[in-house]
Design a protein around this ligand. Sequence first.
Ligand SMILES: C[S@@+](CC[C@H](N)C(=O)[O-])C[C@H]1O[C@@H](n2cnc3c(N)ncnc32)[C@H](O)[C@@H]1O
Length: 548
Amino acid sequence: MAITNSAFGPARGLDFTAARDGRHRRAQAAAGVEPVGPCLIGARPAPITHGDRVNASPSSDDIDSEFQKAVEHYQGNRFAEATALLDRLAPRCGGRAEYFRLRGHIAMRNRDPAAALIALQRAAELAPRAAVHQFELGEHYRMSGKPAEAMRQYRQALALEPGAAVVRIALAGVLALTGQVRAALGEVDQAVAAAGDNLQALLAAALAYRDLKQADAAIRTLRRASALRPDDLKIQAFLRELYTSQVRPWHFRMMNDTARNRAYDAAIRRAVGPTTHVLEIGTGSGLLSMMAARAGARLVSTCEQVESIAETAAEIVRRNGFGERVKVIPKRSTQLAIGVDLPERADILISEILSDKLLEESVLSSTAHARRQLLKPNGVMIPRAIAAVVRLAGGDFLREAAMVDRIEGFDLTPFNRFVPNSITLSMEAGQMESYSDDVEVFRFDLMADNHRPEERRLPVTARRSGTVIGLLQWLRLELDAVESFENRPTDTVTPSAWRQVFYPFTQPVALREGETLTLWAAHDLVSMAFAPIVESRQHSAISSQQGR
Ligand SMILES: C[S@@+](CC[C@H](N)C(=O)[O-])C[C@H]1O[C@@H](n2cnc3c(N)ncnc32)[C@H](O)[C@@H]1O
């Protein structure tokens, strides 16, 4: 009896330990996969083979047909009838593994795992060379929280049937549960290699990859499943879930940000000539690389760390006729090597790996690495510098986004101990009250090699009297000597793809026009923090009574 036969279709058994969480179950349901459980007597039960006929006799055909009736009762959820029939068959079927297998499955459906264990153990003993029985016993152990025993059974099944992809994935699940993630991945890789056109195995492997945080491998595997069932909406929904887990929604706002795109394009056109080799870090859709190719670059090498994005960018580049000159490399920039990925150092380094909070996409370390390792000594960088700009801000919109005061006559102010460190917003000018000029808190020269964590104290003068709720922060990019770009809130008619970030103070600060607040600002190369230094004589934190 081969484990790859139809009996190993979707498992429909009783998962009495409810081992997996709700999210996992939803995804499985989305993919049309049910948990691999011990109840593998599917729509077409595995036939009783001659190898199982220990008591073969002239009446064995009758026994087969009686047993088949018991299977049908089981499949129809008529467990009492199935059990009664099996009880009658017991004296004549005592040596049959399939008989005990069915008893085991019925016990599982009757929520009697102890009886199921005895029956499945007996089936495994009676047919030691049938992988299916070893596997199902392993499944019982897994669901009973006995990973070592489960692994032993799975390995026994795999020794009998090395190509049993479903068993490998089950083994991978237990390995992952016991912290052996690398070994688990190895098993899933082997399962996928052996899966062929086995849809269930491909779906189970895609789920396993997803759970092991290997979204690219999950996508690759699910695309194979999708090719087998192109019209299966559940598979499409799962594929979409995986794709969207890889690409954050802001990508679309970013690609549609005309002001950003034009600023980059202008700087790229000024820098690029017919002999230029451009390196771009972070391909995304390939947009900036195609701009460089369109501007006449001889070669554009561009790298993207997310495999599915890189693959899509390569398709886009070909579609737009730049396949010859734009080379998409599916790697993180820090893995690139001259002579392997790039023929030589680049003349220009383009990057747009800037988060709303400026630093969080590791822009400083990635560009520094690329400048040192992959750019010619006097190469051009676009952008050449980046900065975080802030202003003191207040008004009802920001106050309500960040803190509470008196609500329906109740004083809720203690809840303000949970005031968030930052809130990402897309500000229209009218939604905010400005209390200061713009202040460039940190500027990073990307051509320099000396970035260190910093702390600063900056005097910021109030331009009007009122209550400051916190700081609004945005980005400034110096693309070249001519071109700069800011997502400055008051300048933005159409909101930029980059959002402004609001850093609420822990409590509001009342200021009079002309007063100076000392602002503490710090960064650790990947994140920033801000706080007002409140001198009690000078500033008064407003009391709850002064609120709305
Ligand atoms: C903000 S998007 C920009 C996409 C495109 N360059 C554009 O401007 O439209 C950044 C992309 O860079 C990728 N990325 C970020 N850091 C990277 C690095 N160090 N190496 C390779 N890819 C990186 C991200 O996965 C993401 O797809």
